[in-house]
Design a protein around this ligand. Sequence first.
Ligand SMILES: C[S@@+](CC[C@H](N)C(=O)[O-])C[C@H]1O[C@@H](n2cnc3c(N)ncnc32)[C@H](O)[C@@H]1O
Length: 258
Amino acid sequence: MQIKPNYGNWMPRRILIGSLIVFLVSLTLSIIISYFSNNLIIKFILLLITGFFFIVAIYFTYAYWFIGKNDGALQKQFHHELINHLHWDGQGKALDIGTGNGPVAIKLAKKYPSAQIIGVDMWVKPWSYSKVTCEKNAEIEGVANRVIFRKSSALELPFKDREFKAVVSSFVFHAIRVHDRKLLIKEALRVLKEDGAFAFLDFFSNEFYGDIPTLIQEITSWDLKEVNYLDSIDSIHVPLLLRKDTVVGRGKILYGKK
Ligand SMILES: C[S@@+](CC[C@H](N)C(=O)[O-])C[C@H]1O[C@@H](n2cnc3c(N)ncnc32)[C@H](O)[C@@H]1O
């Protein structure tokens, strides 16, 4: 039997299980308290609280199911769009920041047969991604000789200036707590060669980056050859319920050349 790679689910299973546990605990407490109390107001408040946790648990279950269905088709579509916006000839080394279980790094290696790819990540919770799974996935996909994975932070990449011909990142920067996420973009561009290509997929929203036109304007002023911004990947169907940034969003890509 062919072993399949495991690229995980953007909705961490820990969050899903946590929300189900909170709902079950709240339901149990509500039943017990309602049994011993005759106060209708207390019963009503308990019903509201339990109802709220029920909706949250259902929402996370739906998100987890939708993202994972058809072998993670939605994630694959987003990764495909990200790589399509990377205007690179496939020569030299590429870096994937916050690689997760390595889907983008491995996809790049498969698309460009003479490229060397490095995937970095801190492999933090709540996700269950790991370096071991990345290496297994690369092995299964037949690119283990050209992809390496390394533990390091997007805040301080352990590479020299201008080391890579291409730099990519998929849904990572928003997940890192830093007072200004532009610093993460700056750090990613630091390791990119002159004329190198970049493509970053993330929730480019006010919540994470402040005013977006100002962000683009500032990045453009960093002496880059080309800066493009795609505000919505319309070719990918994301159900209305999951369009919220922090869940799946519409997929925004910042891409160009140094
Ligand atoms: C939503 S996941 C995306 C994973 C992968 N890029 C993908 O598209 O499937 C966010 C990733 O960011 C990683 N991450 C969080 N903080 C990081 C940091 N400071 N440096 C590097 N990666 C980090 C997490 O470990 C996780 O793998």
